[in-house]
Write a protein that binds this ligand. Structure first.
Ligand code: SF4
Length: 340
């Protein structure tokens, strides 16, 4: 069965990016090893290059508002639950527009082509805060020259339209996990709330970045269902995050992922969403370890550059070296490339 798994998948999707891959064809991907696994990676790499070429997207984020949130997302170091156990997360109110713009300039100098303004909390409903974010977006768009993105929690259509009209290009909101598994991860808002925010952003005319976190105790079938839910939503960018357990959160002692599980999940996301941007995002250093370069051979065409919200990323120079060594190119490089 394993011998011809890749060719069965290839027949279904190679010339039809909208084809549905059955779960019983995707689940055995997790059992592959050796040459059959390389065949599978070869297909996911081919699909990536067919639809997205050799360019690699780099996005960067700024934690523009940090602190204890009233939601109870089990993976998050800023959640109400984590906050009770460990009060170590610094609480910072929303940065000024000038501070956010400064962070965007640093991201651009590091070589990122997209820059996301991220806030903790259920949503940004305060009009003054929304105005500060809109002002920062206007300046980033007109003066910095990096694609502005925002990740502000659960937002409504009118708010998103206001940000779109201020120059926002991409809105980020993860579905986090499979809908059936979501109640194990969060009880203070619903999976449907996440879907509603994604749909509102699309309706407002924004590009949408929406992905998942794997390693939160979900099954392999859950991961396949997540990839398919994302396909139904029809988003543009799909970040696949790998849980880096934060001390004090309910998931702090979760069974770690293996690097191969991470790579196979990236490949499955590419097979299910062949023409989209698949990003190897948070937790890649911790979970992929020495196999980080293989993320880009398994189907990812983007990565987060620099630091995460609460944990450190690696030196951007190493990521530019990595993609150059693999023969890929950064998307719209914004700095001198010292590796060519
Ligand atoms: S809503 Fe955001 S900041 Fe609040 S707990 Fe969930 S992930 Fe963390």
């Amino acid at each position: 069965m394993n011998d011809n798994l890749t060719s069965q998948i290839r027949k279904l999707i190679y010339n039809n990016e909208t084809a549905e891959l059955p779960d019983d064809l995707l689940l055995p991907v997790y059992e592959l090893s050796g040459a059959p696994l390389l065949e599978l990676f070869s297909l996911s790499l081919e699909l990536k290059e067919k639809y997205t070429g050799k360019k690699i997207n780099f996005c960067s984020i700024v934690s523009a508002k940090t602190g204890i949130c009233s939601e109870d997302c089990a993976f998050c170091g800023q959640s109400a639950v984590a906050g009770k156990k460990e009060k170590k997360i610094k609480v910072n109110p929303l940065m000024s527009a000038a501070e956010i713009v400064e962070a965007a300039k640093i991201a651009k100098n590091n070589g990122a082509n997209e820059f996301s303004i991220v806030t903790s909390g259920t949503s940004v409903n305060d009009e003054k805060e929304l105005n500060v974010i809109a002002e920062a977006i206007r300046t980033i768009k007109s003066e910095v020259g990096i694609v502005p993105c925002a990740s502000l929690g659960l937002m409504k259509y009118d708010q998103l339209l206001f940000l779109k009209n201020s120059g926002l290009e991409i809105f980020h909101h993860n579905i986090e996990t499979n809908g059936e598994y979501f109640p194990n991860i969060c009880s203070t808002h619903s999976f449907e709330d996440n879907l509603a925010t994604v749909r509102a952003a699309k309706k407002a005319g924004l590009k949408v970045c929406s992905g998942v976190i794997i390693g939160m105790g979900e099954s392999k079938l859950d991961r396949i269902k997540m990839a398919k839910e994302i396909k139904r939503l029809g988003v543009d960018n799909i970040p696949v995050n790998f849980l880096n357990p934060i001390k004090g959160t309910p998931l702090e002692n979760n069974e770690p992922l293996t690097p191969m599980e991470c790579l196979k999940t990236l490949a499955i996301f590419r097979l299910v969403n062949p023409a989209k941007n698949i990003l190897a995002q948070g937790g890649r250093e911790y979970n992929l370890r020495q196999l980080q370069p293989l993320a880009l051979m398994a189907g990812a065409n983007g990565m987060l550059l620099g630091n995460y919200l609460l944990t450190s990323g690696r030196n951007p120079d190493l990521d530019f070296e990595l993609i150059n060594d693999l023969g890929f190119e950064p998307n719209e490089i914004n700095r001198s490339n010292q590796y060519t």
